[in-house]
Design a protein around this ligand. Structure first.
Ligand SMILES: C[S@@+](CC[C@H](N)C(=O)[O-])C[C@H]1O[C@@H](n2cnc3c(N)ncnc32)[C@H](O)[C@@H]1O
Length: 269
């Protein structure tokens, strides 16, 4: 073929790839490998969260729910909800708001996760028994949510959006299921805003976290994926734009712990 002749591309040349940690894979492969990661760590997931963050993830989740300001009677969809931390916190806070005003508190939540093993681990938690009639557990994909249009007052996704192969599809689903005026809260690991601490953070993430994963969850690779996937996630402003482009208004960013995590909050219109 002469050099000037345009090269024909075949299917595989043009197939879209997405990041899985530092690797580039097809979207389908990402979905299946992410499922594998969380199936593997499900039974030790909560313990590892506390260990890795020295419990600080609880503060980030607390502040996320405070920003959502749940009210009695509201319904939350907690996407990639895993073992249900945010759903439980949402109901507790709505109950407190209701008691303060002397009203009957009946907020509810559905934990939606692509992984049965994570949902099973959540349902088995001792502290979830008291919420049996308020929290339901549904297996589903963020990119194609099994819920009706305008069915929720609030939607959360904590440490989940980074794992989704097609973020635009997921954000469009979030908008579809939220009522007009509904609130979206995306809590995710993000990028340090304090450059002096970057080296320390990198050393901790790349040297300590995978070793912890190996010791506590017998799974080094899943925690290696965690730290790599954080580096591949868009920076705060770029993700804020993605949320705005999906049709959310008034999108704000709150950095936690110097940007180790960030909360993107927006309103469905
Ligand atoms: C790091 S865990 C977060 C769990 C919980 N939100 C928390 O903050 O503790 C990420 C969760 O996302 C789920 N997940 C990954 N991809 C998903 C998708 N496409 N749709 C729904 N859930 C997904 C995983 O199964 C896992 O339970």
């Amino acid at each position: 073929m002469p050099l000037w002749f345009p090269r024909m591309t075949d299917e595989t040349d043009t197939e879209k790839t997405v990041s899985f940690g530092f690797e580039e894979v097809s979207p389908d492969e990402k979905v299946s490998r992410v499922k594998g990661v969380f199936r593997s760590v499900a039974s030790r997931y909560d313990v590892m969260n506390d260990l890795m963050s020295a419990g600080v993830h609880r503060l980030w989740k607390h502040d996320t729910i405070a920003k959502l300001n749940p009210q009695p009677g509201e319904h939350l969809i907690d996407v990639a909800g895993g073992t249900g931390d945010l759903s439980k916190a949402f109901i507790d806070r709505a109950d407190r708001a209701g008691h303060r005003r002397g009203r009957e508190a009946a907020a509810s939540a559905v934990v939606c996760d692509i992984n049965d093993a994570m949902l099973d681990a959540g349902r088995a938690r001792g502290d979830m028994a008291a919420y049996a009639d308020r929290i339901s557990w549904v297996c589903g994909d963020a990119q194609c949510l099994p819920f009706g249009d305008r069915s929720a007052d609030a939607l959360t996704i904590a440490f989940g959006i980074r794992n989704v192969a097609d973020r635009a599809a997921a954000l469009s689903e979030f908008r579809r299921v939220l009522k007009p005026g509904g609130r979206l809260a995306v809590l995710e690991f993000s990028h340090m805003t304090v450059p002096m601490l970057q080296k320390l953070y990198d050393t901790y993430s790349f040297n300590i976290i995978p070793r912890m994963g190996e010791l506590v969850a017998s799974d080094r690779d899943s925690y290696q994926y965690l730290v790599e996937s954080i580096r591949r996630f868009p920076k705060q402003d770029a993700f804020r734009k993605e949320v705005g482009d999906a049709g959310f208004s008034g999108v704000s960013v709150t950095n936690f712990s110097g940007g180790i995590a960030a909360l993107h909050f927006g309103w469905a219109v």
